[in-house]
Design a protein. Structure first.
Length: 140
């Protein structure tokens, strides 16, 4: 199925100056937030191979991945807030922590305008998603 076959669009935007391992790490964390917020409707059935071995289910729809500068990440966050679109975020400070409680504390310690965003993710109706992602380029 194609992106257009779903009522919603899922997208991750990562800062373009991150190391490869950081981009992958941020994407994984952000997608966990999207899947958790989306709930069971966004998760498919378990996978089984020809030998009957079972594997974990995955998200049922494609994920678009974009890269941008830090300023554009703030633009996406602001657009999401204006449209009431829930947003997952990852900040540079979270690279220095080792657990969820410390990650939340790192975000809580910084004012919205001062967050050092390195990634954001959304799952939103197409119209909203397109408005949030306007001007971004797909990750190479």
């Amino acid at each position: 199925m194609a992106v257009a076959d779903f009522d919603t669009k899922v997208a991750v935007v990562v800062r373009d100056d991150l190391a490869t391992w950081q981009r992958l790490n941020v994407t994984a964390f952000l997608m966990a937030g999207i899947a958790a917020h989306a709930g069971a409707e966004a998760i498919g059935e378990p996978y089984r191979d020809a030998d009957g071995r079972e594997y974990l289910p995955l998200l049922v729809q494609p994920v678009l991945v974009f890269a941008s500068g830090g300023a554009k990440l703030h633009t996406v966050r602001e657009r999401a807030e204006r449209r009431g679109v829930p947003l997952a975020l990852y900040t540079a400070d979270m690279f220095e922590t080792g657990n969820d409680a410390d990650n939340r504390a790192a975000v809580r310690a910084v004012a919205t305008a001062d967050l050092d965003l390195v990634g954001v993710a959304i799952r939103a109706p197409h119209r909203d998603a397109d408005a949030l992602l306007r001007g971004l380029k797909r990750h190479p």
